[in-house]
Design a protein around this ligand. Structure first.
Ligand SMILES: *Cc1c(COP(=O)(O)O)cnc(C)c1O
Length: 222
């Protein structure tokens, strides 16, 4: 893979839109992240706490680290000092833990709520009713050290482009709806994280502001 060339091409492609690139570097060695960094990439996405913590210590401080994978509550403390955005929050208990650890670090941590939009069964992600329940939870306004800045979703793993488009479109509709709701001060719906290597073009057309791209930049993973 020509990482530098890939990053350059994505920057060109995205310069016409409001969408930013999260370079998903999970399982890839630090030398490849440095190549991407040298080509100008600053947002990196990882899905494991330990891997992200190690890589954080080896790259410059201006890298923005995004946690995109399922996050266990007992591991929040390891990334709380530096994480820039957590894409994968889908419970009140996890929100509370992030708030607690952010407070300890004297920070406000930005998070996205992960929505379940695919037809595949998974235990991760909220449906619309659960999203509204969280946004109107009586305890949310008191969580001063978190900020909910948007939603994240993953489309079904399928070749059916219409289905993928419909899933992204439905997520965007929910996003627009809650963006217009009267939510607490620590909720500001501005980011919509959707689209990966196989479907990012559709995601951009459907209103994504953050695409999470791994293999199209770094090559396939084992
Ligand atoms: C791995 C991963 C990606 C990137 O997948 P690619 O198909 O390699 O682009 C995006 N989002 C999440 C949540 C991931 O776990």
């Amino acid at each position: 893979m020509d990482i530098k060339n890939n990053i350059t091409n994505f920057s060109k492609e995205l310069s016409k839109s409001d969408c930013k690139l999260v370079a998903v570097s999970k399982t890839k060695p630090i030398i490849l992240l440095k190549e991407a960094y040298d080509a100008g990439q600053r947002i990196f996405g990882e899905n494991k706490v330990q891997e992200m913590t190690e890589k954080h210590s080896e790259l410059p401080d201006d890298v923005l680290w995004h946690m995109i994978g399922h996050l266990q509550r007992n591991k929040v403390k390891y990334i709380a000092p530096f994480v820039n955005l957590i894409h994968s929050v889908d419970s009140k208990r996890l929100l509370e833990e992030i708030n607690k650890q952010a407070f300890k670090n004297d920070r406000i941590i930005n998070v996205l709520l992960q929505m379940h939009i695919a037809e595949e069964e998974t235990k991760f992600g909220l449906d619309k009713a659960e999203l509204l329940e969280l946004l109107y939870d009586i305890d949310l306004p008191e969580m001063k050290n978190i900020k909910i800045v948007g939603l994240m979703g993953m489309a079904t793993f399928t070749d059916d482009q219409d289905q993928i488009r419909n899933e992204f479109r439905n997520l965007k509709i929910i996003f627009d709806e809650v963006a217009n709701e009267d939510t607490p001060e620590n909720v500001e719906m501005i980011e919509l994280s959707m689209g990966m290597s196989g479907d990012y073009q559709i995601a951009i057309e459907e209103g994504s502001t953050l695409i999470r791209v791994g293999s199209a930049i770094f090559g396939s993973r084992n």
